[in-house]
Design a protein around this ligand. Structure first.
Ligand code: MN
Length: 306
């Protein structure tokens, strides 16, 4: 397992404000400061640092779970050493580090960086023997076959993932900004399941969560990918590609608690771009999102199996 250390760098801040040893934690947290395929606004490389700093100053009490997530040890192992200018090489490092750490049964928490990192994480999990279904919170489908001449970028990442895992294992929540090509691929060619922002507003969080749970019924494992641009730019302005008409924080956390359960084998929170943030509010929202995902899994484990 020691080889993974070759690709990991220590960081000045640790999640939650303190460094906990890996041996005591079921969760490990890993930053990936990658933003080299960003097409509009860059700066996601500063995301992990901003989220860690914000996490040192917020409360970890989860209103919905009813306990303090600070009780649950999370070991912050640092950042993947990014290969600047080579996203493929960076992804292969993510894959190796996630494989090494997840093979010991631990749960990865990944801080982006741009959304492209999810592909490396899922490949690492697969090497570690985990093939989860995917719940994707995102304003966008990221389903383009190619973007700006490249098959690997934040705009194509979900297409590559679906080619790996199959569309029937993927559920989107909060989508609203896409090209006709992507919508066609989602609706007709892949029949991937998705709930738009409007679906959520019209049906309500409780009903959408119930429906998504049904979609995920056959899944033995679940991975959650949260692009913070699923939130409205009013709540999360510091992102690469802001898209109007997003979720409130309330809606996001309601849905997280509605769909995340003990089957969770990992998750990521991506696309925080601190140069475009104001008052650190995107970083704070991202830090709280991490707290709520852990809370939702732990709450499910504390309940008796139904
Ligand atoms: Mn997005």
């Amino acid at each position: 397992m020691g080889e993974y250390l070759l690709y990991v760098e220590e960081t000045p801040w640790a999640f939650g404000g303190s460094r906990r040893p890996l041996g005591q934690s079921e969760y490990f947290l890993l930053g990936v400061p990658l933003d080299s395929t960003a097409s509009y606004r860059t700066g996601q490389r500063w995301g992990p640092e901003a989220i860690r700093r914000a996490s040192a100053y917020i409360e970890f009490y989860s209103l919905r779970a009813g306990f303090d997530v600070d009780e649950i040890p999370v070991s912050d192992v640092g950042d993947v050493a990014v290969v600047y200018g080579d996203a493929y090489a960076t992804l292969s490092r993510i894959e190796k580090v996630v494989d090494a750490l997840a093979s010991t049964g631990r749960i990865p928490i990944i801080l982006g960086g741009e959304h492209t990192v999810t592909l490396g994480v899922l490949r690492g999990l697969r090497r570690a023997g985990r093939t989860p279904c995917l719940v994707v919170f995102d304003a966008h489908f990221d389903l383009r076959s190619e973007y700006a001449g490249s098959r690997l970028s934040h705009a194509t990442v979900m297409r590559r993932i679906i080619e790996d895992v199959g569309p029937e294992r993927v559920v989107y929540l909060g989508v609203r900004g896409f090209s006709p090509e992507e919508l066609d691929y989602a609706r007709r060619r892949s029949e991937v399941r998705f709930y738009t922002v409007r679906d959520v507003m019209v049906m309500g969080e409780v009903n959408v969560a119930a429906s998504a749970r049904k979609d995920l019924k056959e899944c033995k494992q679940i991975y959650v990918s949260i692009d913070v641009d699923v939130l409205d730019p009013a709540y999360a302005p510091g992102v690469g590609n802001p898209e109007p008409e997003g979720f409130t924080s309330f809606t996001l956390y309601e849905l997280i608690h509605g769909v995340v359960d003990r089957r969770l084998v990992g998750f990521d929170v991506v696309e925080v771009a601190p140069p475009h943030d104001c008052s650190d509010k995107t970083a704070v929202a991202a830090a709280k999102t991490i707290v709520e995902v852990i809370a939702a899994r732990e709450a499910s484990r504390r309940r008796k199996p139904s």
